[in-house]
Each structure stands twice: as C-alpha cells, then as structure tokens.
Design a protein around this ligand. Sequence first.
Ligand code: BGC
Length: 406
Amino acid sequence: MFFWGAATSSHQVEGGNNNDWTEWERKMANGKAQMANSKKWPDHILKNYPNPTQTENYISGRSCDHYNRFCEDFDIAKQLGHNAHRFSIEWSRIEPRDSEFNEKEIEHYRAVLKALRKKGVEPFVTLWHFSLPLWLGQKNGASNPLFPNYFQRYTEKIVSEFKNEVKFWITMNEPEIYAVNAYLLGRWPPQKRNIFSCYGAMQNLVKAHKLAGKTIKKTNASLSVGVSTNQVFFESAGSPVNDLLRWAADKIWNFYFLNKVRRELDFIGANYYFHNRINYGFNKNLNKETSDTGWEMYPEGIYQILKNLKKYNLPVYITENGVADSSDKDRGLFIADHLSWMRKAIREGADVRGYFHWSLLDNFEWDKGFWPRFGLVEVDRKTLKRKVRLSALIYKKIIEASGLNK
Ligand code: BGC
C-alpha cells in the first residue's frame, strides 16, 4: 500500500506548549518584529495576520489549537483522501521534568492515535521534532553528552506505551538542519555559533538515533525505524572544481548521518525542499520560480534525491515536501510536478512507499513565525477556522488517480 498524507509537528500546530522554544520566542519576539519593520515586504505577506512586523507573529501561543482540534483536523485529512498522517509527540508534555512522565499527556496521544486508526489513517510518529523540554534545554540540549541517554529513556517510555498502535517510528526530524541552525548559525535556540558545538551535537544525535532505534527493535522487532533527513539536490554547473564541491556537499549534508546510522534503519525519511546549484560557490540557483519564503521551486530535485538514495537499498518515504504560498497560486502545480517527478523515480526503480505533504495546516514556522503559509488547509489566525485550499483538492485528485494503491 502506498501512503499518501500530510505532516505536522507538535510545537508548530498544538498550541499551549511550554518548552525551550516558547521561552525563546518570548525573549526574541519584540526584536524580531522590529527587525522585520526595517525590511521591505511584499504586500500579500503584509496582508497576513499576524504579519512579520507584529510581535505576535513570533509567539507560537495557541498556534492552531490542534491539541484540542485534532479530531476535526483528521476528519479534514480523511476527506482529502489521505490514508496516512505524520505527526510528532511533544517531549516537553510527556516528560515535563527530568525523568517524570506525565500520564495524562500519554493518554492525550493515545486518543490522537485512536482517532487516526478509527479513520483508517496510518500514523507515522516522529519522536522528536526540534522542541525540547525546558529542563533539557537548561542542560544544554543536544550538546549534552547525556542527550542520547535522555532520548533513549523517553523513547522507551513512548514505544512501550504505543507499540501496538504505531508501526512506523521516525526517531527525529532533520538532525542536520537542527544542529546547523541551533549550534552553528545561531538562528534557533540555544543560538550557538560554534563549529565544534555543532559537530558535538551531531555526534550526540547519531548516538541518540542508534540507541532509540535499538530500543524500538527490542520492544518489538517488527516495528519499523526511520529518521527524517533533509535531502538537498546539489547540482554541479560543470567543471572539475564544481563536481568536487558537489561530491563533498552530498557526502556531508545528504549522506553523513545516514551512513552513520544505516544499521539502525528500516526506512529513510526524506524531506525535500532545496536545490543547490554549485558554480564556484553554493546556491548559484537560477531561481526562475520562488515561493513566499524566497526558496526556489525545483520539482526535478525530488527525482534526483530519490535516485541519490537508491544506494542504501531501503524503502524511502517522502516525509516532507511543501511550499510557503499564502495565495495558493503555485501549490497545486507544485504538488503535481513534484509527484510526477517522484513517479519517474519510482518507474526507474526507486523504492518509494509514501508521500507526506508539508503541511496539513498553516502553522508556526519556527524563527519566522506564522506568516509563511505551508498548509493544504488555511488556518485563520484570528478565528482559527479551517478552510480547505484548492491545492488540497488537486492533491486529492492526484491521489485518487494515482493507481499506486491498486
Ligand atoms: C521542518 C519543518 C518546517 C519545514 C518548512 C522542515 O525543515 O521539518 O518543521 O516547517 O521544513 O520550513
């Protein structure tokens, strides 16, 4: 069976969280809004509420209130033809204090899983998608050498609770993006800018995945373990120097983590957003078409990354692919084009078993806040009312016509 669906993450949609991000958002929001004020923004983005120049844009707050509205949201997903859904469990809810588990929150996620199962929607569960419990943030998060052990303890708890409800487990989301943004570029909490911290965090994440993977298999060997990695299509503009740079970029960005953890993997999760053309320097893209976030839209890249991953001989799920498009003028074609390139990769032997669009809902886009609109479903920021976008219906038609489930 081919899995079709959308993805979300706890901190981005739930609302009412209390974790390292919420703390950081409160500290940063004013400054971010002020900085945004001095930039030039296109009108259609300033029309958004909240727009980037407003403080509330940068505070996740009640977000989409998905914590309380998950049933309604899954109904929408089901109506849109989805037979699978990827979401993450919020570590800070489960373990609000070091080694203290909150049984009430465990029951919450049991209800979430039950709601999906009842609708015949297969859950893909991410154990950790960027946000950390406060106590762990205070203990230096992913750069703490004990991080892998903390992660294992949390994994053990969750998997022992939900081993019968969940088959597909994604240990973590985009370890490379996380390590770089949090420890090298200073963009995300804890805002370090240090290559050694970044390398150290990356090593801890490798260990954390391995321990978690082993824990999941020990609980039940038939459970399926994966990780979602950010896969970039690096393209050389030609010349031996560019080819060499491409080779190195692939090796470091796309393959480093996977090579380290491949023995603890049953499948690869690939998040595809970026094409990076190398011409004596990185990001020399032609940028013929760009989204609200200024990212190039480059559908062929999904085919290239899938070909690139064939060497691992593992099933691949596209665990994220999406576009910030508040007017929904490009998303329909974006989906159609990416899926037709994905089909080409499948015809040529790539073992792709599912596609999850990012995202089901407009949500809190980390350091950028609410203004980028990635949802198949629009969320009115004042009323939180959901409205299905036309592109979601296009995706539905493609799913129905795909034949991949027959
Ligand atoms: C992350 C998501 C994020 C999306 C769009 C991915 O890197 O996993 O959390 O919202 O990209 O930026």
